[in-house]
Design a protein around this ligand. Structure first.
Ligand code: NAP
Length: 479
């Protein structure tokens, strides 16, 4: 790929890494190297930090309408380049083109949403209870922010953080995942074109995440970390943020239960399962990880799901008619293979799939496992692949207890036609989001995020911008 952006984006300029290092980016469908991008080290990170810190004061003073218009223009440019961006994303990440186009629209929508929020940052004025003192409440940007994103939604995870940071008036450094730097660099190019001032967004691509990020978090000048990734890395970063009390937003891993009650509409449940499991080849934090199906409908549900999963076409995401692309890398595929082997060894039945094809490419077939035994490793590990693991249950209390028996709490899916049961069980599930008779919860207008070890804070919705704003209160005695 010759026409893609491959350098670091610092202070509004495209530059090589200070030591000239580069890193390869490959196509997971073939294993072929498609580009070499700049591989930043700590010196580059410091330059990016200097640029973000220097730009902060003026950016905070920029009119909200001006910030809003930049986001709006970027939203339009992204949509106008849907095909180009989708192809780039598919080539570096693997998802089928149709899904990549869907992600482009989803990603762009965060910019439109936050362009609307930028001009609705409200303060307040009030009389305090003593009747004499007044309170003037204003909002201000938290300050230079470090944004760290994963590879599974290369464009949307960026816009979900950059959108509210721009709207709030924060400058930032974005560190994308090394598997998918090209989409983030393309995004930086679009924001520059949309008129974003130099230094507001800086992008450092690197294969040395720890070396680049730790000094930033410990240095005292970065005031905010917004991280999306695994719980293990999130935990480590929280510890690094503690010393200088950096404010954090953490979107971490999940272990979503997908519960099908005996009064569910099975057509809806199977449709929902296909989305909750197969979106992004199962490489999503929201992916249904544990299917709890009432014993009386488990056989029928498994049969129908296996028929649908078995009919999907696996292949390179750029090829017409392909439904399921490759997994991100060899380690990701090996993990799925190990989890399936462990479940089968413990007694699970393979209804469809279950064996990885020969290379090239990191393909894994859509797989349905029935009679999965509690205690199997895939019950307490994110599968991050196209594998549906079905367990049975007998009553409501039991399934709520088992669904909640995990340190994670991102999302849960419920399928029932009973309104009472839907509300009762939703309230008892320890999750930040519930899909009721649907397999999709992600929407830029809704607060996305989890509880327990799935994270802190929310992205999107009315509260998304709050993550990048502070309060200041002015006390005034009157009269
Ligand atoms: P990951 O290994 O935690 O990596 C996420 C990002 O953190 C990458 O950019 C990674 O770069 C970086 N990173 C790793 N170690 C670091 C360190 N010591 N200092 C600074 N940065 C560091 O996760 P992943 O495998 O890319 O993504 C999958 C995970 O993300 C899953 O657990 C998934 O559930 C979660 N996720 C959550 C959400 C959500 O909204 N809750 C959304 C999407 C994904 P390197 O790869 O170079 O280490």
């Amino acid at each position: 790929m010759t026409d893609v952006l491959k350098q670091l984006f610092i202070g509004g300029a495209w530059v090589d890494a200070a030591d000239g290092a580069t890193m390869p980016v490959d196509d997971p469908a073939t294993g072929e190297i498609i580009a070499h991008v700049a591989d930043a080290g700590p010196k580059d990170a410091r330059l990016a930090e200097d640029a973000a810190v220097e730009a902060q004061e003026e950016w905070a003073r920029t009119a909200p309408r001006a910030r809003s218009e930049i986001l709006r223009r970027a939203h339009e440019i992204i949509l106008a380049r849907t095909d180009e961006l989708a192809l780039l994303m598919t080539t570096e990440m693997g998802k089928p083109l149709a899904e990549a186009r869907g992600e482009v629209a989803y990603a762009a929508e965060f910019f439109r949403w936050f362009s609307e929020e930028a001009v609705r940052i409200e303060g307040g004025y009030g009389t305090l209870p003593d009747g004499r003192n007044r309170m003037l409440l204003t909002r201000r940007p938290v300050g230079p922010s470090l944004l760290i994103t994963p590879w599974n939604f290369p464009l949307a995870m960026g816009t979900r953080k950059i959108g509210p940071a721009i709207a709030a008036g924060c400058t930032m450094i974005l560190k994308p995942a090394p598997q998918t730097p090209l989409s983030s660099l393309a995004l930086a190019g679009i924001l520059k074109e949309a008129g974003l001032p130099d230094g507001v967004l800086n992008v450092v691509t690197t294969s040395r995440a720890g070396e680049v990020c730790e000094p930033l978090l410990r240095g005292g000048r970065i005031r905010k970390l917004s991280f999306t990734g695994s719980t293990a890395v999130g935990r480590l970063l929280l510890a690094q943020c503690a010393d200088t009390v950096v404010r954090t937003s953490m979107e971490l891993g999940g272990n979503a239960p997908f519960v099908v009650f005996d009064d569910a509409d099975l057509d809806k449940a199977v449709d929902g399962a296909m989305v909750a499991k197969m979106r992004n080849m199962g490489e999503a934090c929201t992916a249904a990880n544990r299917f709890f199906v009432h014993r009386s409908v488990a056989e029928e549900f498994g049969r129908r799901l296996a028929a649908r999963m078995g009919a999907l076409v696996v292949g390179p995401g750029t090829r017409d008619g392909v439904d399921v692309g490759p997994l991100i890398d060899d380690a990701g595929r090996a993990k799925v293979e190990e989890l399936v082997a462990d479940a089968v060894e413990r007694g699970a039945r393979v209804l469809v799939g279950g064996t990885a094809p020969e290379g090239p490419g990191r393909f894994y077939p859509p797989t349905v496992l029935a009679d999965v035994v509690p205690g199997s490793r895939l019950m307490d590990t994110e599968i991050f692949g196209p594998v549906a693991a079905i367990l049975t249950f007998d009553d409501e209390d039991e399934v709520v207890r088992r669904a909640n028996d995990t340190p994670w709490g991102l999302v849960g899916y419920l399928f029932t036609e009973g309104l009472d049961r839907a509300l009762r069980v939703s309230e008892r599930l320890e999750v930040g989001m519930v899909g009721l008779n649907t397999g999709l919860v992600s929407n830029p207008a809704a607060p996305f995020g989890g509880i327990k070890q799935s994270g802190l804070g929310r992205e999107g919705g009315r509260v998304g911008i709050e993550e990048f704003l502070e309060y200041q209160y002015l006390a005034m005695p009157v009269g």
